[in-house]
Write a protein that binds this ligand. Structure first.
Ligand code: ADP
Ligand code: ADP
Ligand code: ZN
Length: 214
């Protein structure tokens, strides 16, 4: 199953990706996570990406396509994958379909999580993640069992630098201008499933599971 999880920043893509990974036994490919890893490690690619990520802009299509193409070629993607945070521009979507076509594959479903702006701001301001394993939490909506500590590995939780209010506003603008048009792109290719993204996390999982068996 070749899936894309689509939606604005904070829509719940990372949260729902975890469920898809467990249910369908396919890897999550998060370009945001891969870029943050490169930044942390100080690789040449990370150094190039860092400044634009802090501002909430988009990293160049060339850089992102390079890391995605390399990742999709790995063995664990043979039975499918869930892309999270990619594609974010029409050129990225075109390049993705070309990469897949070369190996006789295509995207099966694009799951678009529909969440309004007010909810997004609440979600991003309370978002925290584990500094070690990366698991996501929310201070109010999905808190860890012990405040500030990861349930899975016991490490401390941190806030992303780009979840500060001014940066969030820029990211939402960038989303509307460059990424939202992909909905029409995938709708016209008949792979778009729109899922209401508000409500308990488990209910959204059920909506996604139901949409995938249709
Ligand atoms: P969000 O939680 O807002 O969906 P991500 O973790 O997916 O954020 O991405 C964080 C940042 O990494 C983005 O603001 C952008 O700078 C960069 N990034 C991630 N994926 C892409 C992509 N497909 N194209 C360009 N930039 C990307
Ligand atoms: P994205 O990957 O789309 O940027 P995340 O999965 O990181 O979004 O979710 C953003 C924040 O909202 C996180 O703190 C997460 O715990 C929280 N969250 C995710 N799904 C829901 C939901 N259905 N209701 C309330 N909060 C949610
Ligand atoms: Zn952890």
């Amino acid at each position: 199953m070749n899936l894309i999880l689509f939606g604005p920043p904070g829509a719940g893509k990372g949260t729902q990706a975890q469920f898809l990974v467990e249910t369908y036994r396919i890897p999550q490919i998060s370009t945001g996570d891969m870029l943050r890893t490169a930044v942390k490690a100080g690789t040449p690619l990370g150094v190039k990406a860092q400044e634009i990520m802090i501002q909430g802009g988009l990293v160049s299509d060339d850089i992102v396509l390079g890391i995605v193409a390399e990742r999709l070629a790995q063995d664990d993607c043979a039975a499918g994958f869930v892309l999270d945070g990619f594609p974010r521009t029409i050129p990225q979507a075109d390049a993705l379909s070309a990469i897949l076509k070369q190996v006789g594959r295509a995207i099966d479903h694009v799951i678009s999580l529909e969440v309004d702006g007010e909810e997004i701001v609440k979600r991003l301001s309370g978002r925290r993640s584990c500094s070690s394993c990366g698991k996501g939490y929310h201070l109010a909506f999905d808190p860890p069992l012990r405040a500030g500590v990861c349930d899975v590995c016991g490490s401390g939780l941190v806030q992303r630098a780009d979840d500060q209010e001014e940066t969030v506003r820029n990211r939402l603008l960038v989303y509307e201008q460059q990424t939202a048009p992909l909905k029409d792109y995938y709708r016209s290719r008949q792979v778009l499933c729109s899922i209401p993204g508000i409500g308990p996390i488990v209910e959204i999982q059920q909506r996604i599971a139901a949409a995938l068996v249709e």
